[in-house]
Ligand binder design. Sequence first.
Ligand SMILES: Cc1cc2nc3c(=O)[nH]c(=O)nc-3n(C[C@H](O)[C@H](O)[C@H](O)COP(=O)(O)O)c2cc1C
Length: 202
Amino acid sequence: MNQKSKAANSQMIELIRTRRTIRQFDQTEIPLDDLLKCAECAGLAPSGKNLQPLKFLLVQDRKLVEAIFPLLKWAGYIQPAGNPKPGKTPTAYFVTMVDREISELLSEYNAGAAIENFILAARSLDIGTCWIASVDRDKLRRLLQIPERLHIDSIIACGYPDETPVVEKMTDDIRYWKDGSGILHVPKRSLNEILRVDRWID
Ligand SMILES: Cc1cc2nc3c(=O)[nH]c(=O)nc-3n(C[C@H](O)[C@H](O)[C@H](O)COP(=O)(O)O)c2cc1C
């Protein structure tokens, strides 16, 4: 491997390591071209049997963006402190759907792979994201005129970050929390807990 690709790879690993869910957003609009790049990455994700059953909706229209916000639930462990504050709400959304007419096989895996591609591509462009499964799918379907054949998997809230959450080693509780300065702390299980090499020894 040459020096250039080594540097690119370690940058990629750093992006993955430092990615955190963002729930407070700067109101600067994201260029549509950048969102399209992320969406393209979602579309290039692996899928079972290469069936590519997913469809995607990018939402940037201001009225629609405002109408989507009340359909979402944020940061269940720290309600209401985890909600985006007024003036700090997402500026765009990315909806991932499964086209049932193509296939429902392994659809959550497929959606997960595509969404993670989207999130990491966004991170590389300094766009913050929050993966949201707690969404009122019926209302979202009506609002965005999503046909019944498309199952709504998740919606990804997007915007430039206006918070800097920190990761910390989990000791006895996986629940994320906010400190007195409003910094979000995200406990993660250690590699020692989640990984073994060659054989599983407890
Ligand atoms: C499948 C899935 C569903 C999620 N749904 C929500 C959600 O509905 N609302 C929310 O605020 N965060 C949601 N999250 C974000 C998680 O809370 C977040 O990933 C977790 O707290 C770890 O933080 P991190 O992403 O910074 O590592 C979801 C994440 C995943 C992977």
